[in-house]
Design a protein around this ligand. Structure first.
Ligand SMILES: CC(C)(COP(=O)(O)OP(=O)(O)OC[C@H]1O[C@@H](n2cnc3c(N)ncnc32)[C@H](O)[C@@H]1OP(=O)(O)O)[C@@H](O)C(=O)NCCC(=O)NCCSC(=O)C[C@H](O)C(=O)O
Ligand SMILES: [Mg+2]
Length: 287
């Protein structure tokens, strides 16, 4: 679990200046400034230039800034990375470069060299990438993994199902790998951006699985993701009660408390404290 909130991470096409401007007033924890699939080939050079300028000159507050570049196996990837490196040298704040379709850890090396001033995040969206999730998560510059469930479904030849059964193995491998290496884990997008109930269900499922947040494609999806990935009032109350009960037992020389008929040990207190820290971090986002 990361202390920095990543409940909502909104994709914005790097070519859409109006949407980029709008993002500065949106309740999103992070923004993925996209140069890859959301930008048409003929618009890519102009989008790259616009993003470099916007990230240098505009204030996006506490929102995490992530730039998704094109792959280095395309004609645009290297120029995207160079433009972001130059922007950082000019004072742009870019928290991470998101590398698409990462198949193995070595795919990250060239981007790491090209942009030394930013963390790397990986799109996990190919079958090879998911099978190699452990070595990718172990890359020394890797700080985040984003699930690319559209590309994964395409490669798997799977159908979209509300329970995402065909995705579970791949998502689970990424969760195991990411948690083993302390990497932030963000779930994939929900394409039907007007379907609130479907989005809520998928956010709850992603939260239950252990994801830190969800990638989104439209501002209308923000409130649902922010609510689903934040600790609820009931979770906060329970965390405080667990800590109080455990402190009391410890003071008497014991090591196991009981709250609501369930045991509370030191490991549960670690989770309880992380829950409270997450709520504090979310509150700080709104300041
Ligand atoms: C899906 C959209 C094309 C819909 O656009 P549009 O019809 O313009 O929506 P609205 O008219 O409802 O927009 C209302 C206002 O909201 C702003 N807006 C819309 N989308 C965004 C956004 N993403 N960020 C910020 N602001 C946004 C509009 O500008 C309107 O503002 P105003 O003028 O003030 O009224 C569109 O939402 C869109 O393009 N979404 C992003 C799509 C995208 O990024 N796709 C790529 C990422 S998904 C992916 O690749 C996943 C992965 O790789 C995988 O494999 O799964
Ligand atoms: Mg994709």
């Amino acid at each position: 679990m990361t202390a920095r909130p990543c409940r909502s991470v909104l994709y914005i096409p790097g070519s859409k200046e109006r949407a980029l401007e709008k993002a500065r007033g949106l309740a999103t924890d992070g923004i993925i400034f996209d140069l890859e699939d959301a930008v048409a080939p003929e618009e890519k050079p102009a989008a790259r230039k616009l993003l470099a300028q916007v990230l240098t000159d505009w204030d996006f507050g506490r929102r995490m800034r992530i730039v998704r570049i094109n792959g280095f196996d395309t004609e645009w990837g290297r120029a995207d990375a160079d433009a972001m490196d130059e922007a950082i040298a000019r004072g742009a704040r870019i928290d991470a470069i998101l590398v698409p379709k990462v198949n193995r850890a070595a795919d990250l090396d060239a981007v790491a060299d090209a942009v030394p001033g930013a963390d790397l995040w990986a799109m996990m969206e190919t079958c090879a990438g998911m099978l190699n999730a452990a070595e990718i998560a172990a890359h020394p510059r890797l700080k985040g993994m984003v699930m690319g469930t559209n590309d994964l479904a395409k490669e798997l030849n799977s159908r979209f199902r509300p329970d995402r059964l065909p995705m579970q193995t791949g998502l689970g491998l990424c969760l195991l790998a990411g948690r083993a290496h302390g990497v932030t884990l963000i779930d994939g997008v929900y394409n039907a951006f007007k379907d609130e109930d479907g989005l809520r269900f998928e956010c709850e499922q992603g939260r239950d699985m252990g994801f830190d947040g969800k990638t989104l494609i439209h501002p209308a999806q923000l409130d649902i993701a922010n609510a689903a990935f934040a600790p609820s009032e009931a979770e906060l109350t329970l965390a405080r009660r667990q800590i109080a009960a455990f402190d009391e037992v410890m003071a008497q020389g014991g090591g196991v408390a009981v709250v609501d008929g369930k045991i509370v040990e030191n490991l549960h207190i670690v989770t309880a404290r992380a829950t409270l820290a997450k709520a504090d971090a979310i509150a700080a986002m709104a300041e």
